[in-house]
Ligand binder design. Structure first.
Ligand code: DGP
Length: 117
């Protein structure tokens, strides 16, 4: 069984969040440390720790994350100028919360795809 995270608590309504969308498969809420004028996290309601843990059973739900991202980008008024969707995985990917999530970032030029360090 996967570890319970703050995101699972948000899905269950046990922790506060600025929720912008919710249905039976996904929940979307504003990131607590926004990196851009629009920074929304879109997460499965089901607790999947990382991309490494997805299965073929998750394919429809994972596609739905993109549908919700596109809908929210329209609602945020960033669809035409553009935005970035990010899914981090594990340490080298910069993942901090181990409940799979998609970042929707926009409202300013986001810059290079990845930073060279
Ligand atoms: P990642 O590095 O991909 O695991 O991103 C985790 C993001 O989650 C990070 O941008 C900050 C955000 N975050 C962490 N804890 C909370 C929280 O309790 N509420 C909200 N809204 N966002 C959180």
């Amino acid at each position: 069984m996967s570890e319970d995270t703050i995101f699972s608590k948000i899905v269950r309504g046990e922790a506060p969040a600025d929720i912008v969308y919710r249905d039976d498969r996904v929940t979307a809420f504003r990131d607590i440390q926004p990196q851009a004028p629009t920074h929304i996290l879109i997460i499965p309601n089901k607790a999947i720790p990382t991309v490494n843990d997805v299965t073929t059973d998750d394919e429809a739900m994972l596609g739905h994350l993109f549908v919700v991202a596109a809908k929210l980008a329209q609602e945020e008024g960033i669809a035409e100028d553009g935005y970035r969707l990010i899914v981090n995985c594990n340490h080298d990917g910069g993942q901090v919360v181990f409940h799979l999530h998609m970042h929707l970032l926009g409202g300013r030029p986001i810059g290079r795809m990845v930073q060279r360090v």
